[in-house]
Design a protein around this ligand. Structure first.
Ligand code: IDC
Length: 340
């Protein structure tokens, strides 16, 4: 076949000319791109990998740091909130630097009660990725609750955390929460023995990232843990949980006691409702708690990002958005938390 070369060459030259001009003229997109310094300000860029120094959480330069987080509801219940838009809204409009991914082990098709493990782990992976892209810290939470004693599903916990630690050892922003809330008469010695197995499994791969250990009575007995903390490992913290309409001064005293004994305490879950997650909210007690936590430089994570019709949810039940939340989308608890 005969080819007409000249028009082809002309077209080629034209294309080159257009491309060269486009490169020479600064475009809007380039001008609107975030500056390097804005990018450098993500919580992760600023603080790097976290460590525990005495009773405190510190950044890579040994400066004290507090994480201010929001927890998902169970990712098996509300997977839709694990998305980059939601996390970015929390980071940029609420000042949140940490996301907790709550994975129930027994409730509602939990990881150990017939839930789809592959899907749940894929949600964790997505959550970690979105948080990492946004330079936020992220807690992988093994959310025991009705199982009561973490030893009940210890085998699964060990193999789950081995897998996570292998995968995330190089991530400077990952924290492992190995048992949300031991309860039902579980003693500290039971939790300790569980924790030792899981910590050993994590540390086989990940030598550094923070591990959060739950305490008996729905993670309230930090004072008991302070009498006999786990030895032989670095970067361990112990969790305390409160719900401001139920837990007041007596509980602050428990935390104070533990911290005074040198225990690194982390509030990986709190609500401003009653401990049922429902009922009234108590803003003045909640404000007392936050003042106290700030004074003691204790990190805190609020339960929970969902529109479930209960007073601990941060969104109104009428809010159908999965991100880009406006003030009018927030519940009373959500409004209080954002403002605070
Ligand atoms: C609640 C949820 C609720 C769910 C229930 C399951 O808000 O929608 O039906 O769990 O039993 C905790 C737990 C946390 C609870 C929360 C409120 O860690 O899972 O969530 N709470 O009850 N400890 C104290 C309170």
């Amino acid at each position: 076949m005969k080819m007409n070369v000249k028009p082809f060459v002309r077209r080629l030259l034209c294309t080159f000319l257009v491309l060269a001009l486009a490169a020479a003229v600064p475009t809007q997109t380039a001008a609107a791109a975030p500056s390097k310094s804005a990018k450098a300000q993500t919580p992760l860029k600023k603080n790097g990998r976290l460590k525990v120094k005495k009773a405190s959480l510190v950044n890579s330069k040994d400066k004290s740091v507090t994480l201010k987080g929001v927890s998902t509801h169970g990712i098996n219940w509300f997977p839709e909130y694990v998305n980059p838009d939601a996390f970015k809204t929390l980071r940029d409009n609420w000042g949140v630097n940490c996301i907790r991914l709550a994975m129930y082990t027994e409730e509602y098709n939990g990881y150990c009660s017939g839930g789809n493990r592959k899907e749940l782990k894929s949600l964790i992976d997505k959550g970690v990725k979105y948080a990492t892209d946004l330079g936020m810290y992220v807690i992988i939470d093994w959310h025991i609750l009705s199982d009561g004693n973490p030893n009940k599903n210890k085998k699964q916990a060990v193999s789950f955390f081995k897998e996570m630690a292998k995968k995330y050892k190089k991530h400077k922003n990952v924290l492992y929460e190995i048992c949300n809330e031991p309860n039902g008469g579980t003693q500290w010695k039971d939790v300790k023995s569980y924790a030792k197995s899981v910590i050993k499994a994590i540390r086989t791969y990940d030598k550094k990232n923070i591990i959060l250990v739950g305490t008996p009575t729905w993670s309230q007995d930090v004072d008991t843990a302070a009498d006999s903390p786990i030895k032989g490992y670095k970067n361990l913290m112990y969790t305390f949980h409160f719900y401001a309409a139920t837990h007041k001064d007596t509980y602050r005293k428990k935390v104070e006691q533990a911290v005074n004994k040198g225990l690194p305490v982390f509030v990986s879950e709190f609500g401003i409702s009653e401990s049922s997650g429902s009922g009234s909210i108590n803003k003045s007690e909640a404000t007392k708690w936050i003042k106290f936590l700030k004074r003691r430089k204790i990190s805190y994570v609020c339960w929970n990002l969902s529109n479930k019709d209960e007073s601990c949810s941060l969104l109104k039940s009428s809010c159908k958005k999965n991100g880009g939340f406006k003030s009018s989308d927030l519940s009373a608890a959500g409004k209080w938390f954002k403002k605070m």
